[in-house]
Design a protein around this ligand. Structure first.
Ligand SMILES: [Zn+2]
Length: 277
């Protein structure tokens, strides 16, 4: 979990994050979270009394600090979405816990920040229709499940089929890529998927999950993207969204590496591209 802090330090060092353009979120409040999650699940998590199987499925040891971080991170994506509506583009230094389902957590994800943020901005009247465009290497299964019956949230996921989660959900648009897909084929798939998602979802806000676990050297990803390919991907997505004039809130999503500096540097691609648009 050190990657979040290291990413912020990198962005400060590079002059991308400044006093003027950086906000600290409040923790998401329970009412906000209850727009997506079952109250009993959230309550058990907060009190540290989830049954051991449910806690193992999350994959993180419970602690009061984990509870604080979880609610703060969801608050961060909600704030990012509101700032995107106000400024056109906003980027979180965390977020993308897309494996969290309404009644259980999974794959290091406890609360689904994307679904909560989508519901929250709609409830606040800041958007009528939200596209969750998820390019993390893993399927956004929790988001798909949470928003399956919600016509105001269009879920799109471009992911490696041969990877976690092994039981996939049905997003509004799923693009399934084989293990080993490299830059060219991947970028073509992303470009087509973005056009389709915009056409079908007709969003007035996009939540973009820019997971870097598509990288060839990622511990958990199985695609074969180069660093240049990730730069090209984020440029393609953010430029096209800017051209459409649709406000965009981006989150960093997954990325796994024992080398925290290298990992933070990969996640910073998103912020670099955003600041150079
Ligand atoms: Zn992932």
């Amino acid at each position: 979990m050190q990657k979040f802090q290291r990413l912020y330090e990198v962005l400060r060092e590079e002059g991308i994050a400044t006093e003027e353009n950086t906000w600290t979120p409040e923790a998401a409040d329970p009412e906000m979270v209850a727009r997506v999650h079952h109250v009993a699940y959230v309550d058990n998590f907060v009190r540290g009394v989830l049954d051991p199987r449910a806690q193992r499925r999350i994959g993180l040891p419970w602690s009061p600090g984990l509870v604080r971080r979880t609610f703060r991170a969801v608050g961060g994506t909600v704030l990012t979405a509101r700032l995107a509506v106000e400024h056109g583009l906003a980027v979180n230094t965390a977020g993308g816990t897309h494996h969290a389902h309404p009644a259980f957590g999974s794959g290091f994800c406890i609360l689904n920040d994307l679904a909560v943020a989508a519901r929250s901005v709609i409830r606040e009247g800041l958007a009528r229709s939200v596209l969750v465009f998820d390019l993390d290497v893993h399927q956004g299964d929790g988001t798909a499940a949470a928003c399956a019956d919600d016509p105001s949230v269009f879920t799109a996921s471009v992911h490696c089929g041969d990877n976690f989660p092994f039981r996939k959900q049905r997003s509004d648009l799923d693009v399934v890529l084989p293990a080993g897909t490299g830059d060219r084929a991947y970028l073509e798939a992303v470009s087509t998927a973005l056009d389709q998602a915009l056409e079908r979802g007709r969003p007035d806000l996009v939540l973009y999950d820019a997971g870097v676990d598509v990288y060839a050297g990622d511990r958990l990803g199985r695609l074969n993207l180069s660093l240049a390919g990730i730069v090209e991907r984020d440029t393609l997505v953010l430029k096209r969204l800017r051209a459409t004039g649709i406000p965009t809130a981006a989150v960093i999503g997954g990325g796994y590496d024992a080398d925290i500096d290298a990992l933070a540097d990969r996640h910073a691609i998103l912020h670099r591209v955003a600041s150079n648009l």
